[in-house]
Design a binder for this molecule. Structure first.
Ligand code: NAD
Ligand code: IPM
Ligand code: MN
Length: 345
């Protein structure tokens, strides 16, 4: 059966970085000798414009049938005040595809410590993985909109915590064996449930060292001692915030990839950044986060580990050779950076 890859360029810099990932996939598939069928569908603000819906029926059907979905980004000022927002499409897709586990690595590549805004001695060896719960919590709770008062509710069930914690424990087992569960158990009931579920599971993982950290302290540790972390397990909103912070510690949000996985084989793969309206259309967005997300798709959903490693190695080489976009203090355009990576595949 042909491997089916759905590209959702979305809004702002989305189409620019998706173009970069497609160029890399075209080359790496030839080198590794595999074929695939690519489709493109409307999503986000672009789909509101064309279909009146950020996640149109045909896009939904294509994503459900895909082996992997590669997404650029959604959102932008054009749709911010509307009754339907691009971000609702993203949340609907994550929920309907059941991708409850969002993996967001933040790694300083050896020799590239200077990319970090932190002092090199602070970040040398920084290699952490945020495991973010993606289909629960405040993002999916009951909501009441109002001009005088508004309400968002946060709910987690034992099952929801268990399945994401299992992913994080397993990830820690395959890495340096350290798991930090981040919550706000001194205030939130959901965090106290979270902590007790994670503690219950620890007996299944005697080889993993578990600790708990309050989210405010974790934000502080992430910049004062980022190398202390191996795997961070946390709920949806905390993971959203901490992953942007971790990406900056590792150099730039433009470098950061993610994989959103569920119980099946497919997944959604997207850079963690947004549509970057401030630089959209200028051809200067950093494509690396999207290209590394493609590598995660090849590894996690498409059985192409060799292709994933080839891409990751080429990205490291291009950066080590001094290539980079403006956010890294370099001058490559999106296309030049992509070409530099393709040459090194
Ligand atoms: P953003 O991530 O789009 O941008 C934050 C900053 O990072 C900006 O200065 C931007 O120029 C920079 N940046 C982002 N990506 C970059 C890249 N590839 N290369 C270089 N610099 C990059 O966040 P924002 O401005 O807060 O949000 C803009 C819109 O994107 C909003 O509508 C938001 O909802 C949406 N958003 C979407 C996603 C997604 O689709 N997964 C993620 C985050 C934000
Ligand atoms: C992300 C984004 C999304 C999130 C928004 C656009 C809904 O910030 O993927 O990190 O908060 O999950
Ligand atoms: Mn985010």
């Amino acid at each position: 059966m042909t491997t089916k890859i759905v590209f959702l360029p979305g809004d702002g810099v989305g189409p620019e970085v998706i173009g970069a990932a497609e160029a890399v996939l075209a080359k790496v598939s030839e080198q590794e000798g595999f074929s695939y069928a690519a489709e493109h569908h409307a999503f986000g603000g672009a789909a509101i414009d064309s279909h009146g819906d950020p996640f149109p029926t045909e896009t939904r059907a294509a994503c459900l049938a895909a082996d992997a979905v590669i997404l650029g980004a959604v959102g932008g000022p054009k749709w911010a005040g509307g009754s339907v927002r691009p971000e609702q499409g993203l949340l609907a897709m994550r929920s309907e595809l059941g991708t409850f586990a969002n993996l967001r690595p933040a790694t300083i590549m050896p020799g590239l410590e200077a990319l970090s805004p932190l002092r090199p001695e602070r970040v040398t060896g920084c290699d952490l993985l945020i495991v973010r719960e993606l289909t629960g919590g405040l993002y999916f709770g009951d909501r009441e909109e109002g001009s005088e008062a508004a309400l968002d509710t946060c709910r987690y069930s034992r099952d929801e915590v268990e399945r994401i914690a299992r992913i994080a424990f397993d990830a820690a087992r395959g890495r340096r064996g350290k798991l930090t569960s981040v919550d706000k158990a001194n205030v939130l009931a959901t965090s106290r449930l979270w902590r007790s579920v994670v503690d219950d599971m620890a007996t299944d993982y005697p080889d993993v060292t578990l600790d708990h950290m309050l989210v405010d302290a974790a934000a502080m540790r992430l910049v004062s001692a980022p190398t202390d972390f191996d795997v961070i397990l946390t709920e949806n909103l905390f993971g959203d915030i901490l992953s942007d912070q971790a990406s900056a510690v590792a150099g730039s949000i433009g470098l950061a990839p993610s994989a959103s996985l569920g119980s099946g084989k497919g997944g959604i793969f997207e850079p963690i950044h947004g549509s970057a309206p401030d630089i959209a259309g200028q051809g200067k967005a950093n494509p690396v986060g999207t290209i590394l997300s493609l590598a995660m798709a090849l590894r996690h959903s498409l059985d192409q580990e060799a292709a994933a490693v080839r891409i990751e190695t080429a990205v490291s080489k291009a950066l080590a050779d001094g290539h980079g976009t403006f956010d890294l203090g370099c001058s490559d355009s999106t296309k030049e950076m992509t070409a530099a990576i393709c040459e090194r595949l």
